[in-house]
Design a binder for this molecule. Structure first.
Ligand code: NAD
Ligand code: FES
Length: 296
């Protein structure tokens, strides 16, 4: 867990080589699909220590919303991290418009517990849409430490398939699209069922939309296959103090920012999570300009 004093230290991370500059420099911004961008941000202290499964909370400037973003990759030598952002509201749309050289006020992290990775056997990594950026560091590290990895990568169309080349470089990959324009036609759960019917699998890791993670859990539960999901509730402070990210797991209230973001899927109350996210998205989409409750 990150303490408040660590928070203070981390917000001074910026670019230590440039005296008098504040914030965190955007090194590059690449468009991956219609509404998804990959930003490389200079954040040396985060890059030096982050582990798969961890995230940062980004705030562009005064009045902007705090956005939790999984650290998809990092380069400790360059002192940079990679985040993947889907433009779904004002704050995320402002972030994907940034150009190289622009600065972000706050990048706080690494936050959250590192992934619980198995070191042998077989893992299926299921990624839906933008969840690919969450699953990528997990799958890659699993492969590096000797676990057999099968990735099931789903998207609506061929244009929204993310990280396919990267996954294919180290693991067996099954791509599926809702419309059949790339890979096989169908949902990730269709492909997952086929993999589980023919292979002996120890753990399933999944990240993507809540209905997808819930559906993955419904597939694996009757088979008794341990399943770990990365949850994406609303987050504000990222330190376990505001309660914004609360989720119910095995009947107990947990905070995704400090107890997660990964949890045992079969214990998660997905209906409650979907309900809380739905309420939040409604207000986010209708607000053209607003001061978010997460703003300082
Ligand atoms: P999407 O809606 O395009 O879905 C991607 C794929 O997930 C689909 O192609 C399908 O294969 C699968 N899927 C979706 N619903 C399913 C269901 N009910 N049953 C089985 N499979 C299903 O995804 P998107 O638009 O890229 O995702 C956006 C969502 O992902 C947002 O809600 C965002 O908050 C969430 N997200 C989650 C994380 C995380 O950490 N879990 C990270 C980033 C984004
Ligand atoms: Fe505030 Fe988790 S984001 S408690």
């Amino acid at each position: 867990m990150t303490t408040e004093s660590e928070h203070a230290a981390m917000t001074e991370d910026g670019d230590p080589s440039v005296a008098g500059t504040a914030g965190y420099e955007v090194i590059s911004n690449a468009k991956l699909s219609a509404d998804v961008h990959r930003l490389v941000i200079r954040a040396p202290r985060v890059a030096a220590v982050r582990q798969p499964g961890q995230f940062v909370i980004v705030r562009l400037g005064p009045g902007a919303e705090r956005i939790p973003l999984t650290i998809a990759d990092s380069d400790a030598e360059q002192g940079s991290i990679v985040v993947v952002i889907q433009a779904v509201g004002k704050s995320t749309s402002d972030l994907v418009r940034l150009a190289a050289g622009d600065r972000i006020d706050d990048v706080v992290g690494p936050l959250g517990r590192p992934s619980d990775l198995i070191t042998s056997g077989t893992a299926v990594c299921v990624a839906g849409g933008v969840g690919a950026a969450v699953i990528y560091p997990i799958a890659r590290r699993l492969a590096e430490i000797g676990t057999e990895v099968i990735t099931v990568l789903g998207a609506r169309t061929s244009e929204s398939v993310l990280y396919a080349e990267e996954f294919a470089s180290f693991a067996e990959l099954v791509v599926c699209t809702d419309d059949g324009s790339a890979g096989r036609a169908g949902l990730v759960t269709d492909a997952l069922r086929e993999v589980l019917a023919t292979r002996s699998v120890d753990v399933v890791y999944a990240a993507g939309p809540v209905p997808m993670m819930s559906a993955v859990a419904a597939v694996t539960k009757p088979l008794g296959i341990r399943t770990i999901v990365s949850l994406n509730p609303i987050m504000v402070d990222g330190t376990g103090m505001c309660g914004g990210c609360r989720v119910t797991v095995d009947g107990v209230m947990r905070f995704a920012c400090v107890d997660g973001p990964e949890f045992e899927a079969h214990d998660v109350d997905f209906a409650e999570l979907a309900d809380r996210l739905g309420t939040y998205r409604e207000s986010e989409l209708t607000a053209s300009t607003h001061v978010c409750r997460g703003s300082a």
